[in-house]
Design a protein around this ligand. Structure first.
Ligand code: AHR
Length: 322
């Protein structure tokens, strides 16, 4: 039977409307499936990042399989293996630590499933193991923190004793934020990091470690450099409980610029927060669609960010999205 053009168009329209009425059937267009292995829920930043990914997937019509790694690499590896077994279209993940991913990434490559790194990168010589890495420049964030401190203390004559609350041991932001900060402050020997310990990016740990710093060095401490806002907020509690004034007796610098940090700045308890945007969801969904469509995707997509000193906090706060 020969069908004319008008009949073919009518049939196509009927099939399309039937597909929309019967989601989940073979007639409906197959949704792109994305497996996402998240680090955990350790911070206000991470909660905003998870929310951004979930809402962007919904908006883009992408089916999201989401796994919370509870800050454990073994959980994330298990999740990635399960995504491979389920034959998802694309795998994305934010690696809790930098090293130890080669084996599982080779498994994804062998299964021909493209991988996108979001927020944190991996330490590998073989960059064919992932399509793109999107997220902040953590070394630059550390440099911004260092530059702010150098400027703030430019007239200070004596030593500046710094305590540092590091992020998760072995994670890209902890390694890079330390590196960038040290690169700047080493230009002047008056800056001394007298203690440096991990607070695992959490408020509870930030408080606990700051209590130990205060017990050991007390009034000797001039500056706290925290690798994220949550640890700084925990440390602020410890400083107040020790009878000292945060942001006055001890200058406090942190990273993320989440709403909690703005509230601390507006209360006069935090001096500055370097921005690190968690709103990676829309960018990720665009990349997933482009990869599926066979379009080229840049190997590195860097997030644009700034720095917020306490003086601008009240003005900026209403504009904050996370
Ligand atoms: O990888 C980004 C970092 O992870 C954020 O600075 C921190 O808050 C989070 O836990």
């Amino acid at each position: 039977m020969k069908l004319n053009r008008r009949t073919l168009t009518t049939l196509a329209l009927a099939a399309a409307s039937l597909a929309s009425l019967l989601p989940g059937t073979a007639l409906a267009q197959k949704k792109v499936v994305l497996g996402f292995a998240q680090v955990g829920a350790e911070s206000e930043w991470r909660t905003a990042n998870t929310e951004s990914i979930k809402s962007a997937a919904k908006e883009a019509g992408i089916e999201l399989k989401f796994s919370d790694g509870q800050q454990k690499q073994e959980n994330q590896i298990k999740a990635i293996r399960s995504f491979i077994a389920q034959k998802v279209d694309v795998i994305a993940f934010s690696p809790v630590v930098e090293s130890g991913w080669e084996t599982v990434l080779r498994e994804a490559k062998a299964a021909k499933i493209p991988v996108v790194l979001t927020d944190r990168s991996v330490n590998t010589k073989d960059d064919s193991l992932y399509v793109t890495f999107m997220g902040s420049d953590f070394v630059e964030e550390g440099r911004k923190a260092g530059r702010w401190l150098v400027e703030k203390m430019k007239d200070q004559k004596g030593e500046v004793n710094i305590v540092e609350l590091q992020g998760t041991v072995g994670s890209a932001p902890a390694i890079d934020r330390k590196k960038g900060f040290e690169e700047i402050i080493k230009a002047d020997p008056k800056f001394k990091i007298i203690r440096s310990q991990t607070g695992d990016f959490t408020r509870a740990k930030g408080k606990e470690v700051m209590e130990a710093f205060l017990k050991a060095d007390g009034k000797k401490i001039n500056v706290l450099y925290a690798h994220n806002d949550d640890m700084a907020i925990g440390a602020i509690q410890a400083i107040e409980e020790a009878g000292l004034k945060p942001a006055k007796d001890i200058t406090i610098i942190s990273i993320d610029a989440v709403k909690g940090a703005f509230e601390a700045m507006m209360a006069g308890k935090l001096n500055v927060s370097v921005e690190c945007s968690p709103l990676l969801g829309p960018q990720l969904m665009t990349a997933v669609k482009d990869i599926k469509a066979g379009k080229p995707v840049p190997k590195r997509i860097v997030t644009e960010e700034t720095i917020f000193p306490m003086e601008v906090a009240a003005k900026e706060f209403p504009k904050r999205k996370y």
